[in-house]
Design a protein around this ligand. Sequence first.
Ligand SMILES: C[S@@+](CC[C@H](N)C(=O)[O-])C[C@H]1O[C@@H](n2cnc3c(N)ncnc32)[C@H](O)[C@@H]1O
Length: 257
Amino acid sequence: MGTDKRTIEAYNEYARKWVEINEKGLNIAHDFLEKPAMYSKLPNLKNKKVLCLGCGSGEETSYLKSLEAKKVIGIDISKGLINIAKQNYPNIEFQVMDMEKLIFPTETFDFVYSSLVMHYVDNWTRTLNSVKKVLKKNGKFLFSTHHPSIWGAERIRDKNKRSSLLGYIKFPKKNDCKIYGDYLNTRKIKDIWFGEFKVTYYHRSFSSMIKDIIKSGFEITDVLEPKALDKIRNKHKVFWEIRQKIPLFIIFELKKK
Ligand SMILES: C[S@@+](CC[C@H](N)C(=O)[O-])C[C@H]1O[C@@H](n2cnc3c(N)ncnc32)[C@H](O)[C@@H]1O
């Protein structure tokens, strides 16, 4: 299935809030873990044509453009976010578009970038085929997504305690067990972020991700499981400590053969 209506509505409805959260630096997982890792994998973009999938309010497109790219186009399924992107970055081209059905001529782009969007679809085949069509030969597709070992876990969020558990406890005398989370089965998860942001995403095992990539014909040229940056060790102690040992996101770098 493609991106759920609930997710599209949430990004439309909370577009301004999403931008505020990012601008206020509240998205520490983006700022101090995911973006630095993604940006560390950018190729030389000078004079290149770049497509940014799920560009949200456009910050990443602006960064990509600053690296002397010839052209950067940002697409997103949320009209609300694209409107903000157009206002904030009038010199960059943005379009409302579904990454599963990209409407660009064959072999238009040298590089395709996508940050934290792939988990909104349950099967990557449509997106991978769509990207492959618009990417030039030897072009790279760099994307980040939820790490399956943590997003398959059982999460509890209340005022006093937040946990994320994947595993089990066996009670041999009772021939019973308590299981936390579900890693192996693809499933749709309804979640609420920042207390009000109602999204739906898909958990998928690592093998199901890899199978879709193999099927698409892309070559995997790198995989990253980034840790939080050391510079936030004191300021965001708990986040830093957890994210030295437990992953949050996974990044794939693919090449069109
Ligand atoms: C977590 S946000 C990431 C935004 C931006 N890339 C960033 O990292 O700040 C996910 C974005 O993916 C967009 N999105 C979800 N499904 C999509 C799809 N099928 N095609 C294009 N955009 C999609 C959402 O509207 C939202 O803007």
